[in-house]
Design a protein around this ligand. Structure first.
Ligand code: GLA
Length: 667
């Protein structure tokens, strides 16, 4: 009591109580408006931060009250500010801007040195502004944050009105989000053999067959198989199976691998029938590494590196060309300019691709598969020859060249159907190509790329697709990465063997700046964000195509790309896309049922601070203690009662496998 009186007395001496009841501090030397800080460092979910205006560039207004000054932003928004103990107070009026045009809902937060100093609670459109007055004395680092209120970012136009600092020492300055030192979670592969990859593989009877048994461990290694159909042959040194797909039916076999350190085996099923891509296809696509610079030599090198870096040992198998392998009418590179087709209409590769058949032979000689790209329109997205009016001829050419995968990109087709409406407009070119591919004497996995139009997930499989992009190009915004995953989870009913929602490529490592011609540079995602990225893609059962520069794969990137236990979640034969379970503060879990009765569970921290996330077994429909394995670290965590909790870095993830303990064998 005595102390409280003393504090109040001191407060009266050095300042006064203001009308909000907070203690006013010693007269600060100056007031620094938030708008004086470098707002380019503010991250936000939509648009650019605005000075003295809302995100829609209107005067700032919250529930009819106008504010002359302040910052207009959009959830999810974060600005890191270095105070160095120099600021005494932060004051502002916060709320959803009146020009939002719809039902926005946000939460404003002020965090100082990792502690929450202020939280607005959920604020909605037309709700009166809340006044903030935060004591900053002694605080070194501040975070101003606007969360989306747990319902996505639509209409979340958020104002920090009249936001200002009372400064007595160092001036506040905005800073980049904290950097994170890369940390490796994936253990190096053991020298003894370990057979990875899917446990089921689809092919069409009578077509050429090629499959490289993904296996880590020291070479030389000897491979063998029990129960291999007699139309197939396994090369004992390389572990590559070739031949002709057997007659319609299911073939159960066992792969075996042996080296001087030990032996491994894996039960495997070849399903010869109508369906390809029984697990999500995995590989590399050139687009975000090489754009319109791709050459035959680069594709061959990617195949070499897929093997040399061990990516082929964990299941990556397609080496895929994207746009720009053909000719264009006009291009800065004269070697990419030339006739679209020869006299009989056969599509012509440009002069960077002297011999397509030789290229696919080279890729196949590694036991890998080759992918190619075209558009149903007259030109591709980058303005190169498309397949319009040559669809069947081009598909035949691709098969004769030896390609095993086709990405079919809408692009200029849109111009042909401008003004037309109805679902069939979206479906027609894909249905046509799907039908053509099905008749080819070659297994060609069909990848639809039309950015999700007409709810492609509802009909992609029906028109012959094996996977379909569900949205536009992904880009390098973390929120978009999370949002695409959450959206795909809404379409989870359509994910099944042979039919996959495609959220776009794995964009980590050295990768182009999301635009044509962008030189590859290191991706903007923090290490924890990259673990989240890969965990999300695997939980979604997404096609796993790396699209960065294979020549610059570093140890960290490889550790994210090539963890066989994480990939096993993606490749699980049940083919389920995880469902989302919301946790506190816009954090969430994703839960994927696996074929063997276990579940893969990801916990995702979307927050700006490390957090402990917890998932009780009851949320998974489980009772009693559960056996838990940490999949990134590949370690057993033992039997855990009731719930799993993990301390997770900012924007990071935990990925575990949860299973019922097996009854002890009878004595
Ligand atoms: C579109 C696709 C990309 C890529 C480019 C090529 O943008 O979505 O994945 O194929 O075209 O031009």
């Amino acid at each position: 009591m005595k102390n409280q009186i003393l504090v109040a007395a001191i407060a009266l001496m050095i300042g006064s109580f203001d009308n909000t009841g907070a203690i006013a501090t010693a007269a600060a030397a100056e007031t620094v408006p938030l708008t004086a800080l470098d707002l380019k460092l503010m991250h936000q979910g939509w648009g650019q931060p605005q000075v003295d205006r809302s995100i829609r560039e209107q005067p700032l207004a919250i529930a009819g009250r106008k504010f002359e000054h302040g910052v207009g932003t959009h959830a999810r928004s974060a600005l890191w500010i270095q105070l160095d103990g120099g600021s005494e107070r932060f004051r502002a009026h916060v709320g959803v801007d009146d020009a939002a045009g719809g039902p926005g809902s946000v939460v404003f937060r002020v965090l100082g040195d990792g502690r929450t100093l202020y939280e607005s609670g959920l604020m909605k459109t037309n709700q009166a502004a809340r006044e903030i007055d935060v004591d900053l004395r002694g605080i070194q680092s501040l975070l101003l944050q606007v969360d989306d209120g747990g319902d996505g970012v639509s209409y979340d136009h958020a104002n920090w009105a009249e936001a200002r600092f009372d400064v007595a020492g160092a001036r506040p300055r905005s800073i980049e989000a904290p950097r994170e030192t890369p940390y490796l979670l994936t253990p190096a592969p053991a020298p003894a053999p370990r057979i990875n990859g899917p446990t089921v593989y689809g092919c069409r009877p009578g077509n050429p067959f090629i499959y490289r048994i993904p296996t880590t461990g020291e070479r030389p290694m000897t491979f063998s198989a029990v129960g291999l159909p007699d139309t197939l042959r396994l090369d004992p040194q390389s572990g590559v199976v070739t031949g002709t797909a057997p007659a319609r039916g299911d073939y159960t076999l066992t792969w075996q691998a042996q080296n001087r350190h030990g032996k491994a085996s894996l039960k495997f099923r070849i399903r010869s029938g109508d369906t390809l891509a029984l697990t999500p296809p995995m590989g590399w696509n050139h687009w975000y590494a090489h754009y319109n610079n791709i050459t035959d030599a680069m594709a061959r090198q990617a195949a070499d590196l897929m093997v040399r870096h061990g990516l082929a040992d964990v299941g990556y198998q397609y080496v895929s060309l994207d746009d720009c392998w053909m000719n264009a009418a006009k291009h800065a590179d004269p070697l990419r300019v030339g006739p679209a087709r020869d006299a009989d209409g056969t599509i012509l590769p440009n002069r960077h691709f002297p011999d397509m058949r030789a290229l696919t032979d080279y890729i196949h000689s590694h036991g890998l598969k080759a992918g190619i790209y075209t558009s149903p329109g007259p030109t591709t997205c980058a303005g190169f020859t498309g397949s319009y009016q040559h669809e069947a001829q081009d598909a035949r050419t691709f098969a004769e060249w030896g390609f095993d995968f086709l990405k079919y990109d809408w692009c200029s087709y849109g111009r042909l159907v401008k003004g037309q409406t109805g679902l069939e407009v979206f479906q027609k070119p894909f249905r046509q190509m799907g039908g053509i591919l099905r008749q080819l004497p070659r297994d060609v996995v069909f990848n639809l790329c039309q950015y999700g139009m007409g709810n492609v997930w509802e009909w992609g499989a029906e028109v012959g697709g094996h996977c379909w992009r569900t949205a536009g190009d992904l880009g390098f915004e973390l929120d978009r990465v999370f949002d695409v995953a959450l959206k795909n989870a809404e379409h989870r009913a359509f994910s099944k063997p042979g039919a996959w929602n495609d959220p776009d490529y794995i964009q980590i490592g050295y990768i182009g700046a999301a635009r044509v011609g962008g030189e590859p540079r290191y991706c903007p995602f923090t290490p924890s964000e990259q673990y989240s990225f890969m965990s999300l893609w695997c939980l979604m059962a997404a096609p796993l195509f790396y699209s960065g520069d294979m020549t610059r794969l570093d140890e960290f990137t490889l550790n994210v790309l090539a963890n066989p236990e994480v990939i096993a979640v993606d490749q699980d034969p049940l083919g389920q896309c995880a469902r989302v379970l919301p946790l506190e503060d816009a954090n969430f879990a994703m839960v994927k049922d696996l074929e063997d009765g276990a579940q893969a569970v990801g916990l995702f921290n979307r927050g700006e601070m490390p957090a402990t996330l917890r998932i009780p077994w009851t949320m998974l429909g489980r009772t009693g203690p559960q056996h838990v394995r940490d999949l990134w670290r590949q370690t057993n965590l033992g039997l855990i009662e009731e719930a799993y909790a993990a301390h997770i870095p900012r924007h990071g993830a935990a990925l575990i496998r949860v299973e019922q303990p097996r009854p002890a064998p009878p004595r």
